[in-house]
Design a protein around this ligand. Structure first.
Ligand code: SAH
Length: 347
């Protein structure tokens, strides 16, 4: 057992269950601080999961073109910052910045990244970036072009569960030395609006206060400083109930409570909640699109053709990557994008 898993068990044994949100926050902090989850060995295997920018350069290029287009709509202002939240291996940033450069956009680079291991990888892929622990220290004197891919899903969700005694916070407790979800001791009925309280025993309601807080900060900055943002993640664009907490390890789904700090914990992103938050903070929501529709609208199919012509030996590989990014049975529909802009940066 790792030191983190042992100390978490000790904490629960001595002080009682911890909220799911705290479990998710601390387990992910340990997870990302101690490894590169996207890392692959030369045979292409290894790591825990693969993300869109690691599938093909086309993904980052398309996002870069979208940002450059909005910069042009705003009249090509000077002194811009490219901001990426949770940049992983830095691959998306390198591809997006290359595409922006072709459009004569050459922004300052700012990364919000907590993991020292991933900061090293990002520095190699995209030299010259300034690193930030959180959003508060991002520049305030210029428009921001913001990208977050599979970042919001890693932020902690809070869960409430309906028991026979009413609503309780969903916690993580111990059963024979195994971590298991349990209901907290305190009544939480008044934490829910009246119309949501009546639900069958076992119903789980998930909220994401950390996602909302970070979206509010981004949207306020876009409203004040100008700029545009693309937030991509898997998630839903309609109201839902139930837990979406999941864990992935070595490319397999595993029990979210079985490997604390050793598996990637995520929750589906509630795009309607993020869009409402952005609107309330005076930013323009340009839309919510599926990843497939967004990438096709920017021109990924044309880009794939050009890449195939330049490297005919790689044509099959490029076609497979395109399929993975846009088709409905792969990432095209489950993954969605929220498109936001400051005043004068929209359509
Ligand atoms: N965007 C990348 C990586 C996604 S993995 C890609 O598409 O490949 C999630 C990323 O978010 C990692 O870089 C991780 O270290 C970072 N991250 C997760 N939680 C974070 C937090 N609370 N603060 C800052 N970075 C965080």
């Amino acid at each position: 057992m790792t030191g983190y898993a042992a100390s978490l068990r000790r904490l629960i044994r001595t002080t009682g269950p911890v909220p799911v949100a705290r479990y998710m926050a601390e387990s992910n902090a340990h997870y990302y601080a101690t490894r590169d989850p996207l890392g692959r060995n030369p045979s292409g295997r290894g790591g825990d999961f693969t993300t869109a920018p690691e599938i093909s350069q086309m993904f980052g290029e398309m996002l870069g073109l979208w940002l450059a287009d909005h910069w042009q709509k705003a009249g090509v202002p000077r002194d811009i910052a490219y901001v990426e939240l949770g940049p992983g291996r830095g691959t998306l940033a390198a591809d997006a910045l290359r595409a922006m450069g072709a459009a004569s956009l050459d922004p300052e680079i700012h990364f919000v990244e907590a993991s020292p291991v991933l900061r090293k990888a990002q520095e190699r892929a995209t030299p010259g970036a300034a690193f930030h622990e959180d959003l508060t220290s991002l520049p305030e004197d210029r428009p921001l072009l913001i990208v977050a891919n599979e970042y919001f899903d890693a932020l902690p969700v809070r869960q409430l569960v309906r028991t026979d005694q009413g609503w309780r916070e969903r916690m993580v407790g111990l059963e024979d030395d195994r971590l298991v979800p349990v209901a907290g001791a305190q009544a939480m009925d008044s934490a829910l609006p009246k119309e949501r309280r009546d639900a069958p025993t076992g119903t789980i309601i998930e909220t994401a206060p950390a996602q909302v807080a970070q979206m509010r900060e981004l949207a306020q900055r876009l409203a004040k400083q100008g700029g545009a943002a693309l937030v991509l993640d898997y998630g839903y664009a309609r109201p839902h109930t139930g837990s979406t907490l999941q864990a992935v390890r070595a490319h397999e789904k595993v029990d979210p409570f079985a490997h604390p700090g050793e598996a990637d914990l995520t929750a589906h992103v509630d795009f309607l909640a993020l869009a409402d938050t952005a609107i309330a903070a005076q930013a323009q929501v340009l839309g919510i699109a599926t990843q497939g529709d967004l990438l096709r609208a920017i021109g990924i199919e044309r880009r794939a053709e050009a890449l195939k012509q330049a490297a005919p030996a790689r044509a099959d590989e490029i076609a497979t990557a395109l399929e993975r990014l846009v088709s409905t049975d792969q990432m095209g529909t489950l993954f969605k994008a929220l498109l936001i802009a400051g005043a004068g940066w929209g359509d």
